[in-house]
Design a binder for this molecule. Structure first.
Ligand code: CP3
Length: 349
């Protein structure tokens, strides 16, 4: 078992578009509240404190790998962790999400946000190193996915001051104050690039850029106001030789642009059938996209729908099975165990 085994894992092969021994599978939010072992270690520990504690990061990241034998681990952290690390006053409120004390609205607000350096996040480097050492010995070598928030999605939290459905203030800034918008997006792009580079430098084998809320944009606005900045983040890890996954929710009209931003793999939510997504993303791999609520259906219904996703995925350069968005906290872990087993043992043709 070695780095070579990790490089030859089904997950990385699919990301590179090579032949796979089985369809690789992992789940967004595979670590988290659906797991009793997660709830246990998080008892009395605030989310952002957990994200700054290497032993907890390692344990929580490994929990779903041990339980399910998924084909990849995703680093346990949050898209707002880098902001916290540079001193932005924010918290993750249980059941709500990230809340920012002083929302960013002006050029002076943007200028007051420091750049991120690896020295701000020594616990990230330590946790990634610890994880990579452990993962090399699990299931013949399991890759670690590092991640960051894309500029638009992170900007939405900073500008709104918290979670938002319409992203109205964010888009008002984008349309009404393009100079402030550009400065903010450049600032976040630099932060996200450093967050990704730090994880890869410490041993992460792939990265995922989460632009969860990009689906709020028209293709024209995405191309003009967002894509160049996400492209900057993806380009910043282009020399590191790791596959880049680019994911958003409700992005059926943006999949080509998200691919063109510099992705090797385009993440697709459950609303877009893969047979529609694949011609749009062209010569890239795809990741997705079972409706996360199908785990609440009878097992045979869930697996029949998973089979449809796997079959549709065959037309892509490579396919990584996932849910179309994160695991819903009330999900029964036994259903995810059955789903993992089903995907990994599904005949190749
Ligand atoms: O297992 C994994 O996927 C890795 C860990 C991970 C978390 N957040 C842990 C987390 C990842 C990759 C993220 C990314 C993230 N964070 C995104 C993009 C992914 C997506 O879901 O679209 C976004 C939009 C955020 C912002 C955020 N942080 C939200 C919306 C929430 C949920 C709020 C809630 O309580 O419902 C968080 C908190 C958060 N991040 C939790 C976890 C496990 C729950 C906090 C807890 O357990 O106390």
């Amino acid at each position: 078992m070695s780095d070579q085994a990790v490089r030859n894992s089904a997950f990385l092969k699919a990301a590179r578009g090579e032949a796979v021994p089985h369809t690789p599978v992992w789940f967004m939010r595979q670590a988290g509240r659906s797991l009793p072992e997660y709830l246990k270690v998080r008892e009395g520990v605030a989310m952002l404190d957990a994200c700054a504690t290497p032993e907890l990061i390692v344990e929580i990241t490994l929990q779903p790998v041990r339980r399910y034998g998924v084909d990849a681990a995703i680093f346990f952290s949050d898209i707002v962790l880098p902001l916290k690390a540079i001193g932005v006053d924010l918290d993750i409120v249980p059941g709500v999400g990230p809340v920012v004390a002083d929302p960013v609205r002006t050029l002076a607000d943007v200028a007051a946000i420091p750049d991120l350096t690896p020295e701000h996040i020594p616990y990230i480097t330590d946790a990634v190193r610890g994880l990579v050492t452990e993962l090399v010995g699990i299931n013949g070598g399991t890759p670690l996915i590092g991640f960051a928030g894309a500029p638009f999605t992170v900007a939405s939290y900073l500008v709104e001051g918290g979670p938002s459905k319409e992203h109205a203030r964010t888009k008002a800034l984008m349309f009404g104050a393009p100079d402030v918008w550009d400065a903010l997006m450049r600032k976040i792009a630099g932060i996200s690039a450093t967050f990704l580079r730090t994880q890869v430098a410490a041993g992460a084998s792939a990265v995922q850029l989460f632009d969860s809320w990009a689906g709020a944009l028209t293709p024209g606005d995405y191309a003009r106001y967002v894509q160049p900045h996400s492209a900057e983040v993806l380009a910043a890890v282009g020399d590191l030789g790791v596959p880049r996954i680019h994911f958003g929710v409700g992005t059926s009209n943006l999949l080509d642009l998200m691919g063109d931003a510099g992705a090797d793999v385009v993440g697709v939510d459950w609303r877009t059938p893969l047979d529609r997504a694949i011609p749009v993303v062209g010569d890239r791999s795809v990741q997705g996209n079972l409706d996360p609520t199908l785990v609440f259906a009878p097992t045979e219904v869930m697996t029949a729908r998973a089979a449809e996703v796997i079959t549709a995925g065959r037309a892509a350069r490579g396919h990584i099975f996932n849910l179309g968005h994160g695991v819903i906290p009330s999900t029964d872990p036994d259903q995810l165990a059955r789903l993992t087993e089903f995907v990994q043992s599904y005949p190749l043709d």
